[in-house]
Design a protein. Structure first.
Length: 216
């Protein structure tokens, strides 16, 4: 896991398999189907990394040979919350990893003029004692990411209960996110160069939602 001295709460998963798959996703002639499959594969690999610190407890089980106190994941329940619509491309991979997780949804679109998030849907499971994994492949301006964390915090969820999972981030977006929510950890596979005049990440991979769903 790599870090950038400017962003103490940003963790960059620099595993070679993740980087290799991301390069394929960036290529403009990669098909919708391959793009979607790669995003799911990367999310699985990133999910493996971000769940590394989940606390363990033990449960007594009987193997065919003897009784042991075997390690199992402790206490806290997980919720996966994709930010619609591109976040759905990541929640599938996470659900394969943690099939018993609850799934919430936060629907936000970016006003094309102001680039500000406009909320149109929020559905969440109960928040007590739950870890929330918010996912959205692109953290560009950071406004949607900040908004999604605001939604959780308004329901009493604390910084420590939230993990933000992205694929590609822009320094501008991480700056905004970190200023608004300095206590929330954010993971991505790449911190790219900058945003262009249309708030697209450069070099990026284009519009993640369009590439996942094959829309224009
Ligand atoms: N959203 C995307 O899908 N791509 C970008 O580059 C920026 C925001």
């Amino acid at each position: 896991m790599k870090q950038d001295p400017r962003f103490p709460n940003l963790f960059i998963t620099d595993h070679p398999l993740i980087q290799h798959k991301l390069s394929h996703m960036r290529a403009k002639d990669t098909s919708t189907r391959t793009f979607r499959d790669l995003l799911k594969e990367i999310t699985l690999l990133m999910g493996y990394e971000i769940t590394r610190d989940l606390p363990l407890t033990t449960r007594t089980i009987e193997t065919p040979l003897m009784t042991i106190d075997a390690p199992v994941i402790a206490g806290r329940k997980l919720a996966i919350v994709p930010i619609l619509r591109a976040g759905i491309g990541m929640s599938d991979g996470l659900l394969d990893l943690v099939p018993s997780a609850r799934v919430g949804h936060i629907g936000v679109f970016r006003d094309p003029e102001t680039h500000q998030p406009v909320e149109y849907l929020v559905r969440l499971p109960d928040t007590v004692e739950r870890t929330f994994i918010l996912c959205d492949p692109m953290v560009a301006t950071g406004n949607s990411a900040v908004h999604a964390v605001d939604v959780l915090k308004k329901r009493g969820v604390t910084d420590e209960q939230i993990i933000f999972l992205a694929l590609v981030a822009a320094p501008e977006g991480i700056t905004v996110f970190q200023k608004a929510h300095p206590g929330v950890k954010i993971y991505c596979a790449s911190l790219d160069s900058h945003l262009n005049d249309h708030a697209y990440i450069v070099p990026g991979l284009g519009d993640a939602g369009d590439r996942i769903f094959g829309t224009k």
